[in-house]
Design a protein around this ligand. Structure first.
Ligand SMILES: [Mg+2]
Length: 183
């Protein structure tokens, strides 16, 4: 049986800002992202959130506090009929040598296993080159949003990106168009 298809979503810089929030209260949802993910859901994609939260290792907030924050975020989306899955979280410092930091495949493969996804039918959307490279590392397609860190990383991953768009709504529109054309 063929596995399900997913769009893995990055959090900071893609769904919320700022990129590296000192505190969870600082996080603000970007305009239009809910509708964009709603379109993915309608198109039959499940949407797990995969996020690096190095502020947990730095002590700004705990993994439990992040989990609570995400539950509130998720319920709010769910009340609009948009189910977010996960979160799959790397709580370590950057360059700590952990196996779960992007662009390593660990968190994505864990999600694929738990959610019975077929990586070759999946996409990753994020604002960093590491999101795009993670997609490549699992045999999925990576898309770059130019919100958050995106402009800075554009050059580094343009060649590898399936789609580059100014924000999530733009990327989703292009992705659905191209994914349609591929079927
Ligand atoms: Mg990001």
């Amino acid at each position: 049986m063929k596995g399900a298809k997913a769009v893995f979503l990055d959090l900071n810089g893609t769904l919320v800002m700022p990129i590296s929030a000192q505190s969870l209260e600082d996080l603000v949802e970007l305009r239009g992202v809910r509708d964009a993910v709603g379109r993915l859901t309608e198109a039959g994609f499940v949407c797990p959130v995969i996020t690096v939260q190095s502020r947990i290792a730095k002590g700004n907030y705990s993994q439990a506090q992040f989990g609570e924050w995400f539950e509130t975020f998720r319920s709010s989306w769910l009340s609009d009929g948009i189910p977010l899955l996960g979160p799959y979280v790397c709580p370590h410092r950057f360059h700590s040598g952990c196996r779960c930091a992007k662009p390593q495949p660990e968190l994505y493969l864990r999600a694929c296993h738990e959610l019975r996804l077929d990586p070759s039918r999946c996409f990753v959307i994020g604002d960093s080159a590491t999101d795009v490279f993670a997609a490549r590392n699992i045999g999925a397609r990576g898309c770059l949003v130019l919100t958050g860190n995106g402009l800075k990383d554009r050059e580094a991953c343009q060649q590898d990106a399936f789609v580059v768009g100014r924000d999530l709504a733009d990327v989703v529109a292009r992705l659905l168009e191209r994914a349609d054309a591929m079927q």
